[in-house]
Each structure stands twice: as structure tokens, then as C-alpha cells.
Design a protein around this ligand. Structure first.
Ligand code: NZQ
Ligand code: ZN
Length: 388
């Protein structure tokens, strides 16, 4: 097991009818900015309920944070934070709204050009860089990213998606009420299952470092997602299936599975380019790239792929190749059983577009990806070809 620091200060408030707790966790004299997306939270009445709980506090709203939140949108909220002297940010939405709000809090305190904050990548942005930032709370509406209990954000600017990491952006609290997610379109539920699944595999199907607890937590999350996946998509109001979906997604990326382990993230980095270039949803890009990457990287990942085949899919065979082939096939079939296509060509992206993706990976410095940093542009190309 590698050395690690584990720090996660987010207070999770889970279950039905938990909105009232907001009152306890937002200071009584706070001036609050509620951030939300394209309108689903307005239409469902959720924003009104949140405002009711906030009572007499002074409340402003900022809507219109789009999926894959854009820098240009978020800086408009920064102006409101400064002009209205906001002192608490309350994000009501999915990963995009929560990520966007994390960026808003950092950018509001930063003295320079806030585009600078997109350049840090996986290097944490500290208070030496931005000073003191405003606290964030969240009401999660889409179980997928884990953003409700982590310190990361992904912000879109020009033709790229940029990781922004800061220990200052852990939400102070997050309300996880599965019933709030009942209004989701089926495709977003499926995307969410796949995102949580791939967050887990990025931190689990790497190489062995004898991390028994982390491995078993990862296998527990993967098996849970496999068990409830089809139900949580097909039966939007099945509380038990959705509750397990929500908590799996949070646990997949709150630092527990990733403590002390090698981490890959190549599926995400290649997937981000597919979103930026072709507008394919984040979860769908992962469903395209993961099976192809596991196939191309079977030598580097052999030991963990076999463990994945045996412990997650219960595959028995005398042939290692057959076990790996079957595990990859079952992974693809699982994604497809949720109604998500797993081939690039099914999204209208043909072989002629692969050089463009490779160019973008190069432009964003993604030339040595993976847990062993030996996934070159040539290998990314092979993965994309395998994904056609
Ligand atoms: O904008 P509205 O109208 O609210 O509609 C949204 C949006 O169109 C809709 N939606 C959300 N909750 C709903 C709902 N519709 C009906 N009922 C509800 N309860 O769903 C659509 C997608 O929302 P979005 O927030 O974009 O989805 P998701 O949560 O999958 O977030 C994706 C973003 O998170 C980033 C991705 O790159 C992408 O930008 N990620 C963030 C991570 C993190 N912070 O740790 C890690 C992830 O790997 C990921 O990269
Ligand atoms: Zn993801």
C-alpha cells in the first residue's frame, strides 16, 4: 500500500425529507447564492423548497450552469458574489452545477485572471493562491460524479475540459435525498451508474499493491452497481435501488477507494476530449473508452483484470485470456443493458475523427497517461480504434 493522506470533511445528510437540515448548516445571517442548472430544479419545485427552508436569509439565484460547465458562464456568478457580498454558496444540481460552484468560490477570492486557475490540473489550489474562499453546501440531484463529497471540479473552456482540485472546495455539507433524483431522464440515470462504475475501475483495475480493504470496497461498489443498475434505470421511483445508486456513486470518488492505490484516469482523460469535441455525455464517453482500454492494456493490467473477472463477475475458466475477454465483454454488456451505446461509430464518430482527438490530447499534455504513465498518444490511438 502506498503512503496516503485521507481528508474528507463533508457532512453527508442522507435520506428522504432531509432538506430541513439546510437551516442548521447555513449560518442564520448568511447571504446565500443558490446556483442551479438549466431549469430542472426550478421546474420540479426544488428551488422553491430550498428557499422556503432558508427562511429570512437574503437569497440570490444564479441559474443556467450548463452540463460540462463553462468558464464564461461561471464568471458571471463571480460578479454577483462580489457585488452582492454573498457569504454562502448553495449548489442545487448534478456534477456540473456542483463543479461550477466550486470554481465560482475559488474564482471569487482569486485576485488575478481566474483563467489561471484552470492551469493547475491535478496540483491542488491552496489558500496561498486564492486566500480564504466562501463555503459551499450542495443539494444533489444526479448521482454520478461524487462531486458532492470530493474536492475536484471539471471546467470547460474553449475546446478543453480542465481539472481543478482544491482542498478548499470540499462541500461543508451535502443533502443526498434519493427521491430528489426521481425526476431524472433515464439516460442521465444510466450515465450516473456508468460514471460511478468507471470512477471505481480507474482506482481498482491498475496493478496490485496489496490493498485488501480498498479492493473489497471497490468490488462492493461495482457489484452493487451491477445489481441495481437496470432497476434504477427502469424504475425511476424505486427508492431502494436509487438509494444504493446514490451512495455507491458518492463512495466511488470520495477518496476511500483511491487511498494508497495506483490510479489510472486515462479513460476519463480520453473521454473528456470526446465530450469537448463531439458533445457526447461524460458517462457515455466512459462506456465507449473503458472496454477498449481494458482490451488494449490487458498486459499492464493483467493481475487486476483477473481479480476483477473472478471477484466481480465470478468468471471461472482455466484460460486467463478467456477470463479477461469475458470480463470485458460483460462490462460492455452491462453498459448496454442500461441503454448506453459503447461504440464511437454509434455516436456518429468515425475513424477519420481519431487524429483530431489525438491532436487535442497532445494539445492538453495528455501524452503519458495511466497508472504507469506509459500510455502514449500511439496507445490512445489504438484504444480509440478499438472503440470504433
Ligand atoms: O441543467 P438541468 O436542467 O438541471 O438538467 C440537468 C442536465 O441537463 C439534468 N438533471 C440533473 N438533475 C436532474 C436533472 N434532470 C431532471 N431531474 C433531476 N433531478 O441532467 C443533465 C446532466 O447534468 P450534469 O450535472 O451535467 O451531469 P453529471 O452529474 O453527470 O455531471 C457531469 C459533469 O461532472 C464532471 C463531468 O466532466 C461533467 O462536466 N465530473 C466531475 C467530477 C468530480 N467533480 O469529481 C468527476 C467526474 O469524473 C466528472 O468528470
Ligand atoms: Zn467521471
Amino acid at each position: 500500500m502506498f503512503n496516503f493522506d485521507f481528508y474528507n470533511p463533508t457532512h453527508i445528510i442522507f435520506g428522504k425529507d432531509r432538506l430541513e437540515s439546510i437551516d442548521k448548516h447555513v449560518p442564520a445571517n448568511a447571504t446565500v447564492l443558490i446556483t442551479y442548472g438549466g431549469g430542472s430544479a426550478k421546474r420540479s419545485g426544488l428551488i422553491d423548497k430550498v428557499k422556503t427552508v432558508l427562511g429570512n436569509r437574503k437569497v440570490y439565484e444564479f441559474g443556467g450552469i450548463e452540463p460540462n460547465p463553462r468558464y464564461e458562464t461561471l464568471v458571471k456568478a463571480v460578479e454577483i458574489v462580489r457585488s452582492e457580498k454573498i457569504d454562502f454558496l448553495l449548489a442545487v444540481g448534478g456534477g456540473s452545477v456542483i463543479d461550477g460552484t466550486k470554481f465560482i468560490t475559488l474564482a471569487s477570492s482569486y485576485k488575478g485572471d481566474s483563467r489561471d486557475l484552470l492551469k493547475y490540473g491535478f496540483t491542488p489550489i491552496t489558500s496561498e493562491i486564492v486566500g480564504n474562499v466562501l463555503p459551499i453546501g450542495t443539494v444533489l440531484t444526479l448521482p454520478a460524479t461524487g462531486s458532492e463529497m470530493n474536492s475536484g471540479a471539471v471546467i470547460s473552456y474553449e475546446h478543453g475540459k480542465f481539472a481543478v482540485m482544491s482542498p478548499l472546495t470540499f462541500p461543508k455539507f451535502s443533502i443526498l435525498d434519493p427521491t430528489i433524483t426521481f425526476t431524472l431522464p433515464k439516460i442521465q440515470v444510466a450515465n450516473g451508474v456508468i460514471d460511478a462504475f468507471v470512477h471505481t475501475t480507474e482506482q481498482y483495475i491498475t496493478y496490485p499493491v496489496d490493498v485488501r480493504v480498498q479492493d473489497r470496497i471497490a468490488e462492493g461498489i461495482l457489484q452493487t452497481l451491477i445489481e441495481i443498475g437496470e432497476t434504477t434505470v427502469a424504475e425511476p421511483e424505486n427508492y431502494d435501488a436509487r438509494a444504493n445508486h446514490v451512495w455507491s456513486a458518492t463512495l466511488a470518488l470520495n477518496g476511500v477507494v483511491g487511498a494508497g492505490v495506483p490510479q489510472d484516469w486515462a479513460v476519463h482523460m480520453i473521454g473528456h476530449e470526446l465530450t469537448a469535441l463531439f458533445g457526447i455525455d461524460h458517462g457515455q464517453t466512459l462506456a465507449i473508452v473503458l472496454p477498449a482500454l481494458l482490451d488494449v492494456r490487458r498486459e499492464q493490467k493483467r493481475a487486476k483484470l483477473l481479480q476483477y473477472a473472478e471477484r466481480v463477475w465470478h468468471i471461472e475458466s482455466d484460460s486467463e485470456e478467456e477470463k479477461i475477454d469475458l470480463a470485458i465483454q460483460k462490462t460492455r454488456e452491462f453498459f448496454e443493458s442500461l441503454g448506453v451505446k459503447t461504440r464511437l461509430s454509434q455516436y456518429g464518430v468515425g475513424a477519420d475523427k481519431i487524429p483530431v482527438v489525438i491532436e487535442q490530447l497532445k494539445a492538453h499534455g495528455m501524452t503519458a497517461l495511466s497508472e504507469t504513465q506509459d500510455l502514449t498518444l500511439d496507445i490512445s490511438q489504438k484504444i480509440l480504434e478499438r472503440a470504433l
